[in-house]
Design a protein around this ligand. Structure first.
Ligand code: SF4
Length: 276
């Protein structure tokens, strides 16, 4: 299967535009903003423009659709890594509408749409909440309990085929059990968790991610551990090098994302929702 993404849980990524504004603590060290600046684009914040793309860019998913169809397989497409599809700005409307057309034209692609603005979803998608396209998975970021309390009920109210949470960067302990128990039908299907990467990263207490994993096991939610990120538990390391920090009694060491890896309690957690 062709893939253009290095992100473990998707095959491809597609961005309908680049650029965004920060909305919550998870955005503090936004990787997309850093990357955009590095390649010369000043497109972050309310005042700055967004970057839009030509037809050639928009044809890429149609190529993935043909490939998936020819191989009789489904392809996951993460949307968006360099923007938030549900940012409210007038000039985004035509590009968002173009995205929905693309979604309808690519039934062999599963569109994994992740947002930090779930409150805008219902007013911005062209379909009724009882009639979600089968190929759209909807996710929201929850980095701590405060944002889980705000975003999770909104997500669970959406009748999408797959609802998922991105708990990355994980910035505190999160309890999702009461929300998941609130409905017999509208459940969380998948949780992706991980620590922050980059030199200004905030460390993730291993117990926060263990707690999420255990809730997933108990609630039969698929769990994916993406990475420790910049900081890893000191106990996992064989040498005593580099800067350390103590977070709630756990010593963490700045090793960088590559060295810290993605093993949690002796195994890789790579689960996908059952409908995948
Ligand atoms: S919503 Fe996403 S893309 Fe937008 S600023 Fe926050 S982290 Fe960056």
């Amino acid at each position: 299967m062709a893939r253009n993404s290095k992100i473990e849980w998707t095959h491809n990524t597609f961005n309908p535009w680049w650029g965004c504004s920060k909305v919550s603590p998870a955005c503090k060290n936004c990787y997309a903003e850093t990357w955009a600046k590095r390649v010369g684009n000043n497109i972050w914040g309310k005042e700055n423009p967004r970057r839009f793309f030509t037809d050639k860019h928009w044809k890429e998913p149609l190529k993935w659709q043909r490939e998936a169809e020819n191989n009789s397989e489904r392809t996951r497409v993460f949307c968006a890594s360099m923007a938030d599809v549900f940012e409210r700005r007038a000039e985004l409307n035509e590009h968002r509408n173009r995205l929905w057309e693309l979604v309808y034209r690519t039934p062999s692609l599963d569109w994994l749409i992740l947002t930090k603005r779930p409150q805008n979803i219902e007013g911005m998608v062209p379909w009724d909440n009882n009639n979600w396209p089968n190929n759209v998975w909807i996710g929201t970021t929850v980095e701590n309990q405060k944002w889980a309390d705000f975003r999770l009920p909104i997500l669970l109210n959406l009748n999408a085929k797959v609802r998922f949470l991105s708990c990355e960067p994980l910035l505190g302990e999160i309890d999702i059990t009461s929300y998941n128990a609130a409905s017999d039908t509208n459940k969380i299907d998948w949780i992706i968790a991980g620590g922050e990467s980059g030199p200004h990263s905030r460390p993730m207490n291993p117990n926060w991610v263990r707690s999420l994993r255990d809730q997933c096991i108990n609630e039969e939610i698929a769990f994916h551990f993406k990475q420790w990120g910049h900081w890893s538990p000191h106990s996992l390391l064989t040498s005593t090098q580099k800067k350390t920090i103590t977070i709630e009694d756990t010593e963490m060491t700045a090793t960088g994302k590559k060295a810290s890896g993605r093993t949690l309690d002796g195994r890789i957690w790579d689960e996908l929702p059952s409908s995948a």
